[in-house]
Design a protein around this ligand. Structure first.
Ligand code: ADP
Length: 240
């Protein structure tokens, strides 16, 4: 398992500084929640880690410096993310989506290796995401929450070691939210996970560290109860 260490991360867009010297360490196998008001820099931070935007500072994942590498190289190092808008192939089945993702993953560089490893990985992923009974359903017919799980499954079959998830429970029912909690707990047992989240109840159930971003900087860090009690956090959320 590999940890994430971000030091002095800075991203600017035409002189506007969206991420302004962020330090963030996530231990191997931990889940870190990232919260903050709109425009705080959460998405930009994830974009920087995954190579979508240029940044300065340092982002180390295990032995590797990620900054300066192209998106596909970062993905090959085992870094995967989901977006708020689903990116599954709606016209293909759940199984076909997973097969395609497995083929694109770093575990399938040769056909020999692909034949040996992919079917196991796909069936394991189907079980983990709770969609084993829906493997032949068209992805476009899945409920919103199930699409999110499929997307996580598509990362799992790529042998991703670091998952960055953008509001995985947004728009979910209570049942789906609970199931997603169990899914995150299961996948984080062997992986490092960063989650952009708003849902305080959901985060509280994990009892993990929450990092609060505001105006591109780390404003506060601690348990959900600690950051909620922090007057600086109350000020940016409530304007009090
Ligand atoms: P969050 O995800 O916390 O809501 P973002 O990371 O999306 O915040 O945005 C942080 C700030 O950077 C915002 O002020 C946003 O308008 C700005 N920003 C994000 N992407 C770009 C871009 N491509 N060009 C210019 N400004 C951007």
């Amino acid at each position: 398992m590999t940890g994430l260490e971000i030091r002095g991360l800075r991203v600017s867009f035409d002189g506007f500084v969206a991420v302004d010297g962020v330090d963030l360490t996530v231990a191997p196998g931990d889940i870190r929640f990232l919260i903050g008001p709109n425009g705080a820099g959460k998405t930009t931070l994830v974009d920087a880690v995954t190579g979508l935007v240029k940044a300065t500072g340092s982002v180390r994942f295990g032995d590797h410096e990620l900054l300066g590498r192209p998106v596909h190289r970062i993905a090959r190092l085992g870094v995967g993310r989901t977006f708020q808008t689903s990116s599954v192939f709606e016209g293909l089945t759940v199984l076909q989506n997973l097969d395609i993702a497995a083929g694109a993953g770093r575990g399938a560089w040769t056909m020999a290796r692909r034949r040996r490893t992919v079917p196991v990985a796909v069936s394991e992923a189907l079980e983990t995401i709770g969609l084993a009974g829906r493997q032949d359903a068209l992805a476009g017919t899945l409920a919103h929450g199930h699409k999110q799980w499929l997307e996580i499954g598509m990362l799992l079959v790529q042998n991703v070691d670091l998952l960055l998830l953008d509001e995985p429970v947004a728009g979910m029912s209570h049942e789906e939210r609970d199931a997603t909690g169990a899914l995150l707990a299961a996948i984080s047992a062997a992986r490092t996970v960063v989650v952009i989240e708003h849902d305080m109840d959901f985060m509280r159930s994990f009892a993990r560290t929450v990092t609060v971003l505001h105006a591109g900087r780390v404003l506060s860090e601690g348990t959900v109860a600690q950051v909620q009690a922090d007057p600086r956090v109350q000020e940016v959320y409530l304007g009090t």
